[in-house]
Design a protein around this ligand. Structure first.
Ligand code: HEM
Length: 201
């Protein structure tokens, strides 16, 4: 698994703006990576119920990114269909209603996303797709329904997403994208906080 991940990481040579983006958002990445909610996904202690709520909150974000930024994209990169299948699998397995208002925490995030221009909308493309492609390869080991993390050609898919992000990225706009990525990490952090506070019964 680790060798596979190393192979994936080294598949792409980032340009100087990608390097800058990664470096300037690393603190937020490391904070979310070690959040107790994410850590519980890795050690297998997260309940199916909480993971289902998490997925159901992320689904509209993925759908919004695909609606605004994906046109004629490779099917392998359309994450929302896979997530829908995973959500349905959890709902059938758990036999619960996860659409109750007390389980929805994405309104602010979604409103913020839809009000941005297309360039800054790439912040969620960067965070969500690359999270699935890198961290997701570790996370999926302890997740019951995990088609979200399965890619037919991970190395190629990473390159496609990276080049979408790098397209048009330059000295004049890198700072604004960094700011948006850090903001998107904060929304993600808040989502993890809210779900962690829920009880499992
Ligand atoms: C178990 C948790 C996680 C692990 C172990 C993990 C691990 C990794 C690794 C190994 C990379 C590749 C780093 C490199 O290129 O050197 C990466 C990249 C990335 N991860 Fe995570 N990650 C985790 C969670 C997350 C989460 C929850 C998010 C977002 C909410 C996220 C967003 C990203 C992004 C955006 C990148 C691309 C960074 C870049 O190269 O510009 N990760 N992660």
């Amino acid at each position: 698994m680790l060798l596979h991940l190393l192979n994936v990481i080294t598949a792409y040579r980032p340009n100087k703006f990608s390097k800058q983006l990664k470096q300037a958002t690393k603190q937020k990445h490391d904070a979310i990576e070690s959040h107790p909610f994410i850590a519980s996904m890795i050690d297998g202690s997260l309940s199916d119920f909480k993971y289902a709520i998490y997925l159901n909150n992320l689904l509209p974000i993925y759908k919004a990114v695909e609606m605004c930024l994906f046109h004629g994209m490779d099917q392998d990169l359309m994450q929302s269909e896979k997530i829908c299948n995973d959500v349905n699998a959890y709902v059938n397995y758990l036999n619960v209603n996860i659409d109750k208002p007390e389980y929805i925490f994405n309104n602010k995030w979604l409103t913020h996303f839809l009000a941005k221009d297309r360039f800054l909308q790439k912040a969620e493309l960067y965070i969500r797709w690359l999270a699935d492609m890198y961290g997701g390869q570790i996370i999926k080991r302890n997740i019951r329904f995990h088609s979200k993390y399965v890619f037919d050609n991970l190395r190629k898919d990473i390159q496609v997403i990276r080049s979408m992000i790098e397209d048009g990225l330059d000295d004049t706009n890198i700072d604004s994208l960094i700011q948006e990525v850090n903001k998107a990490y904060e929304y993600h952090h808040e989502l993890a906080d809210r779900i962690n506070e829920l009880s499992d019964d």
